[in-house]
Write a protein that binds this ligand. Structure first.
Ligand SMILES: Cc1ncc(COP(=O)(O)O)c(C=O)c1O
Length: 449
């Protein structure tokens, strides 16, 4: 019997006997689980990732008639066991560094389903990509193409199939810093990604002159946008299809179209879940209207696949009023989860030890020495009554959570576990200890006194 209904239940949780339970793990509730393991603890529910993959697939089956490849954006979360799941689900991988491509392949993603889309790509990066797995490369600058061309014979890559990234002029995202198209973001930061519309035909022609086969046009407008941004995506897509018509004049026909990703997740009660059906429909409509034939469509979900699969469990060690505000201090920090600090991002925070407690206003803070080290950046908020020793759950931390973490102030990076097929799997070696943090230093090298 569920005690009470909360808006976040749809992510796979229930509240019973004044405790929060994961529906995929019946053995113990999240309070017990956190108290019997090292915290802070990122706990991923594999079933939620499987469900999201199915939802995205079905939206395309229903609303789009052509072939679709789903490439998971590894940057969202490279946890090896998440990559195992991606391979089991038979998805491809979108890698933004050579190491992401290599790890995805090591965990079972087929080599031919991995594409690299980098920024600031060096000759060494390209050589690694070509030599390790001959992964498909998405060209982000003309300089990158030139480097490939100049080393074509040395690296034995004659006839290489390539993708080329277009800046489709219109971007969207949950924060200016994750908008990746247009000339500048709202804060005036120049956009560094892709090749501009007026240059891209030449890029295709130069690729052909080198004897390469550019067979894919790629765009990515930004990250974490929701239903109300679908119109911006539509305009970006129209611009892209115009470019495809231009390319057709030069016999670049029947290309693959990679629309990147960016669909967000419902972080707040007031938001709506991303409308995947509408998204797939918009792509269908625009392709039909433009009369451009494509070979296959590629999408690269990161956040929307793994974002709401994970809860960050953190213990409260201190509850104290300061300057008229109740602060609850936790064993996590901005080093564990930087999104609230970096993007002023909102994450729902629940009290898994006392979910039915009376609502009280708190600032939820971390354990490193920064004023900005708080998970309630925007403002203190109502949370069921918190007692010292309680465990809080920070929701929706599966994307850009642990992968952006740091051991700042020598606070170790978090413990990581995953529930898969009803079993609890240890993914990280507990909470990082001092030796693990110092692993990359020569600690035996001491300066002479
Ligand atoms: C090329 C590319 N594809 C996919 C993604 C994933 O975006 P998201 O996690 O918002 O789905 C990103 C993120 O910025 C990206 O740069």
């Amino acid at each position: 019997m569920v005690d009470k209904k909360y808006w976040w239940f749809f992510k796979g949780y229930d509240v019973r006997n004044n405790k929060v339970w994961s529906r995929s793990f019946k053995d113990c509730n999240l309070d017990e689980l956190a108290k019997s393991n090292l915290t802070p603890l990122y706990l991923t529910n594999g079933k939620r990732i499987e469900d999201k993959a199915r939802l995205i697939r079905e939206a395309f089956i229903k609303n789009y008639t052509g072939a679709v490849d789903i490439n998971y954006a590894v940057k969202a979360n490279y946890c090896p066991q998440i990559l195992d799941l991606i391979a089991i689900l038979d998805l491809g991988a979108d890698a933004v560094s050579p190491n992401e491509a290599i790890l995805a392949e090591q965990r079972g993603v087929s080599r031919h389903k991995i594409m690299f889309t980098g920024t600031s790509v060096s000759k060494e990066d390209l050589e690694k990509l070509v030599k390790f797995g001959n992964y498909k490369i998405d060209i982000d600058s003309n300089s990158q193409l030139k480097k490939l061309g100049e080393h074509r014979d040395e690296w034995n890559i004659q006839g290489l199939h390539l993708s080329i990234r277009l800046n489709p002029n219109v971007g969207a995202g949950h924060n200016p810093d994750v908008i990746t198209a247009g000339s500048k973001n709202e804060d005036g930061v120049p956009i560094k990604f892709g090749i501009e519309q007026n240059k891209i035909v030449d890029t295709f022609l130069v690729a052909r002159e080198y004897g390469f086969y550019p067979d894919t046009l790629h765009i990515h407008i930004g990250s974490g946008w929701l239903g109300n941004d679908v119109d911006s995506f539509r305009i970006a897509l129209q611009n892209t299809l115009d470019v495809m018509k231009e390319l057709r004049k030069h016999d670049f026909d029947n290309l693959n179209l990679d629309v990147g990703r960016g669909p967000g997740i419902r972080y707040r009660e007031s938001q709506k879940s991303f409308p995947f059906d509408t998204y797939a429909k918009v792509i269908s409509e625009e392709l039909n209207r433009s009369n451009v034939q494509i070979n296959k469509l590629i999408v690269e979900p990161g956040r929307s696949l793994v974002g709401d699969s994970t809860i960050l469990l953190t213990k409260v060690n201190t509850v104290e009023e300061k300057n008229g505000i109740l602060h609850a201090y936790t064993d996590a920090s901005m080093g564990t989860l930087i999104r609230p600090k970096l993007y002023h991002a909102y994450h729902e925070i629940i009290n898994v030890s006392n979910p039915n407690g009376p609502l009280t206003v708190y600032a939820i803070d971390g354990n490193v020495c920064e004023t900005g080290d708080t998970f309630t950046q925007d403002q203190p908020r109502e949370i069921p009554e918190i007692r010292e020793g309680d465990v809080l759950g920070i929701l929706d931390t599966g994307a850009y959570g642990d992968v952006m973490s740091s051991p700042y102030c020598l606070r170790g990076r978090a413990n990581i576990m995953m529930v898969h097929n009803g079993k609890l799997i240890q993914c990280a070696k507990g909470l990082e200890d001092l030796n693990q943090i110092l692993h990359r230093f020569y600690v035996d090298t001491r300066l002479e006194r």
